[in-house]
Design a protein around this ligand. Structure first.
Ligand code: ATP
Ligand code: MG
Length: 503
């Protein structure tokens, strides 16, 4: 009696084990039933998770995006031409991750961390999932340290703080990328790690940027994540999340990170195309319903962590391209509402030679001014309003010829100010140089110089001060203050240079 029972039980257990293995095989290996446009429909991966990494034919990666009753939809993170209907797909049980570490510095990688700069393998010891929850409110600290862009117009009027999200927005070819790259170049010797995430850009543009970063010695602290226009939509979709995970790796070590997303318009377009291919229902402008969440869950990851968590920060500079300056379109308004301010670039200003073409009226920084240093706050406090006055009177003055002296003065000063705020590409300035230039303009020391001579005059004055009274810069650098004594020295320097120039 006892013996029979044991046999039955033994067989039952054996059967169960065999069936269990069959069951696992069925759950972990699926078959491609349709493939095209970087999207695969797969049958059989019953327990696959959303966002899980899949392996096609043992060498191509994919990511689960759609979970349906009998099938799943996955995007291919690689070349879909090598995948055919009937091919085998395996689950990995892991979400899509990216290798992270300081080994990435100075390198160009694709959206899943593979090197694409021809400089050989990158041996990272860690990896992080590409999606991560944003730090909670209690984990954050207020933005209280400036992130210097080295661009006079931005540091004075639209200051950015470490941990802030500041949008760069403008039409095509208005200098959006230029601002981001200059900001990266300006982080030299400032202990800030920079990540430039290119989405849907031309490979030639990226090659040019890499070259520029190399010659300005900025590549060594920069990582470039490139999902160019020639790469599939899924890779473009994944790139900014992966880049942010790399940023978080450094942030958790207490470091300051600057991340540029160039640009999120193309990111939204990539997401729209893969959503439509996955047969998700389209909404406004054919974007899927979760398009706002797409960018909010990305940008919420940028912040300034509190001291307990190491005090690291991620400053995000997303870029958005507008059409005909329309900032009220769907994607621009979404991203404006997610960020802490925007730098708006104006095509007319750009074409008239005002570069960087920052529209001071439409640009704003909602948190950065609390991070501005005292001397800058003092000299720059009225620039925005003075430029607004100037532009308003400029329109008005076109109609009447008889202007009173006060109006003439405002127009004059405004024109000088605009001239002083012009700045060449790839020439970011130190904070102390910016403050001295702005002080000279705002104290009306060069208001009577002809407009076409402003630039040269300012260059001469700067050279003179550097040579004869360098303590002015030292004071600002060390104490963040521009004292009355040094202001007087600057005034005297301006007089000396100008009388010297006239002779
Ligand atoms: P796209 O929409 O094509 O991405 P963009 O808005 O990123 O363009 P950039 O590529 O940065 O614009 O700049 C457009 C052109 O303007 C480039 O040729 C660049 O060299 C030039 N440029 C940008 N900023 C300045 C500047 N401050 N001074 C002079 N030229 C500039
Ligand atoms: Mg650009």
């Amino acid at each position: 009696m006892n013996k029979i029972n044991i046999d039955i039980i033994q067989n039952l257990i054996k059967d169960e084990i065999n069936n269990y293995q069959d069951q696992i095989a069925l759950d972990n290996i699926g078959k491609v039933i349709a493939i095209g446009d970087g999207i695969a429909t797969i049958y059989g991966l019953k327990d696959a998770m959303n966002g899980e990494l899949l392996i096609f034919n043992d060498n191509i990666y994919g990511m689960v995006m759609n979970l349906e009753e009998d099938t799943i939809g996955a995007v291919i993170l690689g070349d879909d031409n090598q995948i055919y209907e009937g091919d085998e797909v395996r689950r990995t049980g892991k979400v899509v991750s990216i290798p992270v570490g300081k080994e990435l510095l100075g390198r160009v990688i694709d959206a899943i961390g593979r090197p694409i700069d021809g400089l050989g393998e990158i041996k990272c010891h860690d990896s992080l999932p590409i999606e991560n929850n944003a730090p909670s409110i209690m984990d954050r600290e207020s933005v209280n340290e400036p992130l210097e862009t080295g661009i006079k117009a931005i540091d004075s009027m639209i200051p950015i703080g470490k941990g802030q999200r500041e949008l760069i927005i403008g039409d095509r070819q208005t200098g959006k990328t230029a601002i981001a790259i200059d900001t990266i170049i300006n982080q030299k010797d400032k202990d800030v790690i920079c990540i430039y995430c290119a989405i849907g850009q031309k490979d030639s543009t990226i090659a040019h940027i890499v070259e520029k970063l190399k010659t300005t010695d900025a590549l060594k602290y920069t990582i470039i994540v490139n999902a160019s226009a020639s790469i599939s939509a899924p890779m473009q979709y994944v790139a900014p999340y992966a880049a942010t995970s790399i940023a978080e790796y450094f942030e958790k070590q207490g470091k300051d990170v600057l991340i540029v997303y160039d640009d999120l318009t193309k990111h939204a377009v990539a997401y729209r195309s893969l959503s439509l291919l996955l047969k998700r229902s389209p909404g406004r402008e054919a974007y899927p319903g979760d398009i706002f969440y797409l960018h909010s869950r990305l940008l919420e990851r940028a912040c300034h962590l509190n001291k307990k968590l190491g005090g690291g920060s991620i400053t995000a500079l997303p870029i958005i391209e507008t059409q005909e300056g329309d900032i009220s379109a769907y994607i621009p308004t979404n991203v404006i509402s997610i960020t802490d301010g925007q730098i708006f670039l104006n095509t007319d200003l750009f074409n008239s030679g005002q570069r960087p073409a920052i529209d001071s009226g439409l640009s704003v920084s909602r948190v950065g001014s609390s991070a501005q240093i005292k001397a800058m706050k003092e000299v720059a406090s009225s620039i925005k309003i003075e430029i607004a006055n100037y532009l308003e009177l400029l329109d008005f003055s076109r109609f009447g010829s008889d202007l009173d002296q006060n109006t003439k003065n405002i127009l004059r000063h405004g024109a000088v100010l605009m001239e002083v705020l012009k700045q060449k590409q790839y020439s970011p300035l130190k904070m102390e140089d910016e403050i001295v230039d702005i002080f000279i303009a705002q104290d009306k020391l060069i208001d009577d110089v002809p407009i076409d001579k402003i630039h040269d005059t300012l260059v001469n004055i700067d050279m003179y001060i550097h040579k004869n009274i360098p303590e002015v810069y030292e004071e600002i650098k060390n104490t963040h203050i521009l004292s009355q004594e040094n202001k007087d020295k600057i005034k005297q320097a301006v007089i000396n240079v100008r009388t010297g120039m006239q002779q």
